[in-house]
Design a protein around this ligand. Sequence first.
Ligand code: FMN
Length: 427
Amino acid sequence: MTVPAEERRPAHFTLTEDEVAAKFPNRARGYELLRRLGSPRHIVAPMVDQSELAWRILSRRYDAHLCYTPMFHARMFGDEKAKYFREHWQTSPEDRPLVVQFCANDPDALLAAARRIEDAADAVDLNLGCPQHIARRGHYGSFLMEDWDLISRLIRRLHEGLAIPVTAKIRVYPDVAKTVAYARMVEAAGAQIITVHGRLREQKGHKTGLADWAQIRAVKDAVKVPVFANGNILYYEDIQRCIDATHADGVMSAETNLYNPALFSGKCLPTWQLAEEYMDICRTIAPTNPSYIRGHLFKLFRYSLPIHTDLRQQLVEARTADDFAAVVAAIKTRLVADAAAQSPPFDPDCVEVDEFGYRKYPHWICQPALRFEHDKNCSQSKRLLNEAEQKPPAEQPAPELSSGEAGSGPSADGAEPDCDAKRQKTS
Ligand SMILES: Cc1cc2nc3c(=O)[nH]c(=O)nc-3n(C[C@H](O)[C@H](O)[C@H](O)COP(=O)(O)O)c2cc1C
């Protein structure tokens, strides 16, 4: 005997899909939402302390089609008396399309937080990927992966109560069948777009390794809503490789976007040019927390600061936007001189690759963070080497060989990558 659909619905689904549609007649679903977002192919990931307004403006100028805010802590964001909202929420009319991300473990707190920004955003995303200790202690992010009922209740609360659509960003399980069942549960609860970061919860810090694009493809094949793929983007050409491998509707980048905010444009630009533009945005359009600015400049100049060590100290000591702009001007002078002294001059159309398939850029050119200290003997390097060995040398155009994890080891500024919420004091 088959069980009627109504009886199979979890008890926390208080409305049917028809009732939800009638309650929010203008709210887009699935592929209609994707269309209203402009069918984005290039997506800036949610990044604590780093995908702030000024960075989003910069990234959009270089062909980012959709941006996510950093993860905000729902309970604190929704608290009308706390300073958290004032200190963290920043947007502007041109900051669209925009997805606002929260971590949460209380459906009502999540809805209250989301309602504060529903007029200023295109969707609200639930973070189900944060693997940090603070997320374990606070019971959110990837540590909800053992509590599907709570995940379903969180998503459902927004789906039944919020004027804008809900989306979710997930990690994968070792077992692809479980990942697929998980994604289907997230979809059934009401998520209208699913971003799949193709790494396990354990893949963080020096264990980051490669994201599994096959798992992303399995999710894409299993759900009806759009899927964004996340992981392994180092170079512009990787975006198409990722779409070919996963069939995803869009590609999200985190770490490479930080080291090369021109990634999505495919342009090969000097670091100082992007740094100058970012500082101009911070000074004229979007006042930015000095610690975020410092984090960005350390990443942009990652390969130059070990050479110009005196400027590194100036960056540590800078406090105001004017201080940071002065350091950027000083670094620019040095880098322009370094570029002029290079013989033969750097030619972006003729970049050498090393034995692992990584491109050899001069230190003043925006480039992904590579972590050879970790990678020499790990699967990432071996995989790249295998790819290289499988193709006869004549068929090895440099771009196709590029791959690997977007570096996730200790960053140049010593900050822990991934959704390191430590500085958010949000446990
Ligand atoms: C500095 C930094 C902060 C991050 N913060 C968040 C966050 O707030 N929310 C989230 O879902 N993921 C966060 N992540 C994870 C990224 O969104 C992304 O899933 C992960 O870095 C893999 O993408 P990548 O290989 O392009 O770096 C963060 C990553 C970095 C590097």
